[in-house]
Design a protein around this ligand. Structure first.
Ligand SMILES: Nc1ncnc2c1ncn2[C@@H]1O[C@H](COP(=O)(O)OP(=O)(O)OP(=O)(O)O)[C@@H](O)[C@H]1O
Ligand code: SF4
Ligand SMILES: [Mg+2]
Length: 326
């Protein structure tokens, strides 16, 4: 692949859950041997239901969390091998925007100070220069620079998210993990923030990992999509063929969950039933919920490998057919 910026291999992460009077402590595998590459300038979406491991993956890429196993390279450098000073320099190049800007902003800090703080921490600006750069960042994300003296609670949800974006961009990163950046916003505001993210990407040549729980949100922003289920990649591929003809039953079900503007749409409904739940068997992790007509004993006895299909797609299903071959 052309000019890989992020290259994660076989990333695995276990969490030990605390026991209680009903349950013994157990190990949850939040990520299971996930491979992920993001090319420079690309936007890769990571999509899956709550608990599929999206945030865990994003945090590991930024070294905010250690993997149990696997490697992460950023611009050719092993992220987990870095010592203090090179790590500090690398941190500047990788930033994150969280779902809930209210939770991620200090309620007692003026939003101008919140945006300026990373510039101070990385010793990139001070004094009048710092003030000017903060005002420029406000203008760039569509906020009135006179808002610098306000507190988070004095802003709307969309404005707070713009502050979160300005804070992430302050240190001029190359790579930004957007962890459900519009999920907490009203639908009308979501589109504005998505447009802003697209503009900023183009203007600043940013590379994004865009985490979302539904496929509709990422359709216009992403180049490629990775679909996660219980910590495993079910399908990945470029946006157009993945939305037109999903290979994996889980991707189909996620697409069916997207409301369509056409009431007469004739797509076969394969609505997801139940919730994501741990799977202790040896077969396909999606088997307990899969509605594929060919589902059989093999699905419960053999884990499907993630295998390649035409158009640089991959899917982990024994019965995925390649639409390009039909
Ligand atoms: N610190 C932790 N301790 C124990 N378990 C954790 C921890 N962080 C995550 N998990 C578990 O790992 C799994 C994946 O969690 P993660 O937060 O990555 O999912 P997600 O896809 O981001 O979900 P959401 O859409 O709700 O944000 C879940 O089962 C979660 O309970
Ligand atoms: S391998 Fe079987 S259970 Fe898994 S997605 Fe494919 S058909 Fe469904
Ligand atoms: Mg999450």
């Amino acid at each position: 692949m052309a000019d890989v910026l992020v290259d994660a291999r076989r990333v695995t992460r276990d969490f030990r859950s605390a026991g209680d009077i009903f349950r013994r402590p157990q190990t949850i595998r939040a990520l299971d041997r996930v491979d992920l590459t993001v090319a420079r300038g690309e936007t890769v979406a990571v999509v899956g239901e709550s608990g599929s491991g999206k945030s865990t993956l994003g945090r590991i890429l930024l070294r905010l969390l250690d993997p149990t196993d696997g490697t992460v390279n950023f611009d050719g450098v092993d992220v987990f091998a870095l010592k203090r000073e090179p790590l500090r320099q690398l941190r500047r190049r990788m930033q994150i925007v969280f779902q809930d800007p209210y939770g991620s902003l200090n309620p007692r800090m003026r939003v101008g100070d919140a945006v300026g703080e990373p510039l101070e921490i990385h010793r990139l600006a001070a004094g009048a220069d710092l003030e000017r750069r903060v005002r420029d960042l406000f203008a760039e994300v569509g906020l009135d620079p006179s808002y610098v003296g306000r507190f988070p609670h004095e802003l709307s949800g969309g404005q707070r998210q713009r502050v979160g974006i300005a804070r992430a961009l302050a240190v001029a990163p190359d790579f930004v993990v957007l962890d459900e950046p519009v999920s907490a916003l009203d639908v009308s505001v979501q589109a504005q923030v998505l447009n802003l993210l697209a503009d900023l990407r183009d203007r600043r040549s940013l590379t994004y990992l865009f985490i979302a729980h539904d496929l509709a949100v990422v359709k216009h922003l992403a180049n490629r999509v990775v679909v996660l289920y219980l910590g495993q990649v079910m399908e990945q591929g470029p946006v157009a063929p993945l939305y037109d003809a999903p290979l994996h039953p889980y991707t189909s079900a996620l697409l069916d969950a997207v409301p369509t503007p056409d009431p007469d749409a004739t797509r076969e409904q394969t609505t997801l039933r139940g919730d994501i739940a741990s799977y202790a068997g040896v077969g396909c992790v999606f088997a307990p919920r899969c509605m594929h007509q060919k589902k059989d004993d093999r699905c419960f006895s053999e884990r499907p490998a993630l295998r390649p299909f035409a158009e640089q797609r991959m899917a982990a299903c024994h019965y995925a057919d390649d639409p390009a071959k039909e």
